[in-house]
Design a protein around this ligand. Structure first.
Ligand code: CTP
Length: 476
């Protein structure tokens, strides 16, 4: 409908539209939609005026408060899931514009994509027939987020190397918007050093990722890491991005908050176990990962209680932060914060404390170094996981390991009775302790997902997105 409208307009009106579009930073097409939406809102009831009623499948008007997603579909078998992704996004009132690569069109047709998206997908870098002046630069900029799903190994390689030999890659190179990739490929291609190298480059360039998941591949008998994240997981990652994006929050209606109405309790940081009034047992935890999770959960609409050991970080905004020193105090604060829907135990709790209270500073004397007698601290994660009442619906532990990361983490999940474990390598080479980046493995009943090394904020966003999906009936 939009194309007919613009083509049939007089040159003068087209000129004015062009000026309006330039002034507002919107495309001509969006300007037309906006005018039509405003006109429809003011007009008398369509049936009475004899006007054609608006089609139910029409794309939601791209008003200043509608989020515009540019979805790029690359050529992989997972492209069929993109149709469901478009549907899920439109249900949530996102405006979705689609670019399809040539290979994508071998898997799904532009016709079916257009029918679901409510407008024809863009397929060609040199599309003379485009009536809307929507060149690749405008496609690249007139959106709030670019989502690439499925992102193939080939497209990722092109992105990492700055290629621009078709519409999708030209848009990705020209954009100043955030890009979210949902990789999908054969496990051997995913684990290939070249793909991992490209992924690292893309993450360093600020690209966000969701998935891939582990599971069965389309090729019979192949299993492993490489399945595209499910459409609802991608939606959750998109919503988390908007929830945590201050610039977007200024200009758009409040994003759908996937954790609204949920209470999340999080532990973070180390604990300090006193040896005497001036000395203590501690570890190198900075608290950054737990604090990032608290912020991401709050941005996703949750009520968050953060029980924090001693760290040098400010209280995250919008989060109830309870500061404690010791493991015993941390347990008491967590128990006081229950009930909760989700418990996330990111603290590096000291396993031992000294027996008894030493009230005076230990002094050096002729008898030599003091003998420290240690007793075990309560295990907060195991205690909460095994609660009969008040056990959170989803209990997530962390596993700090220096060797056999996945094997030890799986054993920990069993021993402690939690639902998920986020395992990370805390060996000196891993750099997770105290650093800004983290490469984690998420261990669930469904298997192991190895997420790429990314900032602790991105790990937090991805974890919160997964939690939102799980709480809303998705895979656990
Ligand atoms: N944890 C806890 N209370 C403790 C010890 C650990 O709640 N007293 C939690 C951590 O917050 C984390 C998980 O248990 O979620 C695993 O912690 P980690 O230090 O990796 O394991 P430990 O139980 O200490 O086992 P080990 O030191 O033998 O690896």
């Amino acid at each position: 409908m939009g194309s007919l409208t613009v083509r049939n307009l007089s040159e003068e009106i087209k000129r004015r539209l062009r000026l309006r579009a330039a002034a507002s930073g919107r495309s001509m097409e969006e300007e037309v939609r906006l005018l039509l939406a405003e006109g429809a809102a003011d007009a008398p009831d369509g049936a009475q005026s004899g006007a054609r009623p608006a089609q139910r499948s029409a794309k939601p008007a791209a008003t200043a408060t509608t989020r515009q997603i540019l979805l790029i579909i690359a050529g992989g078998i997972a492209a069929y899931k993109s149709l469901d992704l478009i549907r899920r996004l439109r249900e949530r009132r996102y405006a979705v514009r689609v670019v399809m690569t040539k290979a994508a069109q071998e898997f799904v047709t532009p016709l079916s994509v257009g029918a679901i998206a409510g407008e024809k997908p863009f397929t060609d870098l040199f599309d003379q027939a485009s009536e809307f002046d929507v060149g690749h630069i405008r496609l690249a900029r007139d959106n709030d987020l670019i989502v690439v799903a499925p992102a193939t190994a080939d497209l990722m390689a092109k992105m990492a190397n700055g290629h621009a030999d078709d519409l999708a890659t030209a848009v990705l190179l020209a954009t100043n918007r955030k890009i979210l990739l949902a990789p999908a490929m054969n496990p051997a291609m995913w684990s290939n050093k070249a793909t991992q190298r490209n992924l690292k480059t893309l993450i360093a360039d600020g690209v966000l990722t969701v998935g891939p998941n582990a599971g069965e591949m389309a090729e019979s008998g192949e299993t492993g890491l490489g399945r595209m994240a499910e459409p609802l997981e991608i939606v959750a990652a998109i919503e988390n991005y908007f929830a945590g994006s201050p610039s977007a929050a200024d200009t758009a209606e409040p994003a759908h908050k996937p954790l609204a109405g949920k209470h999340v309790v999080i532990t973070a940081g180390p604990t300090h176990e006193p040896i005497d009034p001036v000395r203590y047992i501690a570890n190198r935890s900075s608290g950054k990962q737990g604090y990032a999770i608290a912020s991401a959960a709050a941005a996703a609409g949750a009520t968050v209680t953060l029980v924090s050991g001693p760290v040098a970080l400010p209280d995250p905004p919008g989060v109830k932060t309870v500061r404690v020193q010791t493991a015993r105090a941390m347990l008491l604060a967590v128990q006081a914060a229950l009930p909760a829907n989700v418990g996330i135990f990111a603290a590096a709790v000291a396993d031992w404390r000294t027996a008894g209270d030493v009230v005076q500073k230990l002094k050096k004397d002729a008898s030599g170094p003091p003998k420290l007698s240690l007793v075990e601290n309560p295990d907060i994660l195991a205690t909460v996981s095994k609660l009969k009442t008040k056990r959170p619906q989803l209990v997530v532990g962390f596993a700090a390991e220096t060797e056999k990361v996945i094997e030890h983490a799986k054993a920990k999940l069993k021993r402690k009775g939690c639902d998920w474990i986020v395992a990370n390598d805390v060996s000196a080479e891993g750099g997770a302790m105290g650093g800004d980046d983290n490469a984690v493995h998420l261990i669930t009943a469904g298997g192991v997902e190895s997420w790429p090394s990314q900032s602790k904020e991105d790990v937090a966003r991805q974890l919160v997105a997964r939690i939102a999906v799980a709480l809303n009936g998705g895979s656990r």
